[in-house]
Design a protein around this ligand. Structure first.
Ligand code: SF4
Ligand code: SF4
Length: 296
């Protein structure tokens, strides 16, 4: 399909003095000078207009089992047409998808334009039952995700979001309205963990989780367990208590094993025994759906 535009106008921003832009898509609220990109590297100030470099530029597209997202209790046994772009608004030291999250759009032809119509048509042709926004952080391509999701619903496809949940409430309210199921990655239940390991904060992530729950979306939660960083029984207990207090004990929980990657090699791979102990702790606390992932 011919490329209809090179730069897609971004949403959720305001103009400041000297053509600087404050991006309001996520809580980082980047102050972006003309010619520069924000922290996520896919939202650029061009002469006082914010554009999305990732709109229509997926760099990863695959057909995956829905269980791989992971979603254990949403349309089981089906496949989902999964796509991701470059860019992420967090910078996790332990990122296990750095090629995409820290990837950059260089020359305009680097990633060919793929329209929402093409995505949905491919999903239908391949017999998928849903489209999943995943791999990098999909909230940084929220405009594209919304357009794909609208079209997907017209073709009876469900929509899935796999996200870090670090998004402003204004943008979240709009994006989540177009999503049927989400898996949110809660990376470690403390502000210190988020500050030192992800360059972000926990509170907005919890707000996104609560919002999805209150909107009645199918919600599952993932926690990558990193030895001696976020695996203490007390921290796990605090997380379980938060879920119990704010959601309910039937929300599916996923605990997955860490392996050294990207810029973090100070912890070993998560021992299976650690994950087994966490599952036991969660079940003893009354949680009904506890899943372990990446176990070797
Ligand atoms: S979405 Fe990107 S540009 Fe916007 S505030 Fe977040 S990191 Fe900055
Ligand atoms: S949020 Fe996910 S994609 Fe982004 S840096 Fe962290 S682990 Fe990588």
């Amino acid at each position: 399909m011919a490329e209809p535009h090179r730069f897609y106008p971004a949403r959720w921003w305001e103009l400041r003095e000297n053509n600087r832009i404050k991006c309001l898509l996520c809580l980082r609220e980047c102050d972006i000078a003309p010619g520069d990109c924000g922290f996520c590297a896919v939202r650029k100030n061009i002469d006082g207009e914010l554009v999305s470099l990732s709109y229509g530029r997926p760099v990863a597209m695959h057909i995956d089992p829905i269980e791989k997202k992971p979603l254990a209790h949403f349309m089981p046994g089906t496949t989902t047409f999964s796509l991701g772009t470059f860019g992420c608004n967090l910078n996790c030291l332990f990122c296990q998808n750095g090629a995409l999250s820290r990837g950059r759009y260089g020359s305009p032809g680097q990633a060919r334009y793929v329209s929402p119509e093409e995505i949905v048509s491919a999903a239908v042709d391949q017999g998928c039952r849903s489209v999943a926004f995943t791999y990098n952080e999909p909230t940084v391509f929220a405009e594209y995700a919304i357009d794909v999701a609208k079209l997907a619903h017209q073709h009876n496809l469900a929509t899935v979001l796999v996200s870090n949940g670090y998004i402003s409430s204004a943008a979240a309210t709009e994006l989540f309205a177009h999503i049927d199921a989400a898996n949110i990655d809660m990376k470690g239940f403390s502000e210190e963990f988020y500050r030192t390991m992800t360059q972000a904060s926990l509170a907005p992530v919890l707000a996104s989780i609560k919002l999805l729950y209150d909107m009645g979306k199918h919600l599952e939660l993932t926690n990558l367990v990193i030895p001696e960083k976020n695996d203490s029984p007390q921290m796990i207990d605090d997380w379980l208590q938060w879920v119990e207090d704010n959601l309910d004990k039937d929300v599916p929980l996923h605990f997955s094993a860490f392996f050294p990657a990207h810029h973090y090699f100070d912890s070993p791979r998560t021992p299976r025994e650690t994950l087994f102990a966490i599952r036991k702790q969660a079940i003893a606390a009354g949680f009904t759906s506890v899943h372990l992932g990446n176990i070797s």
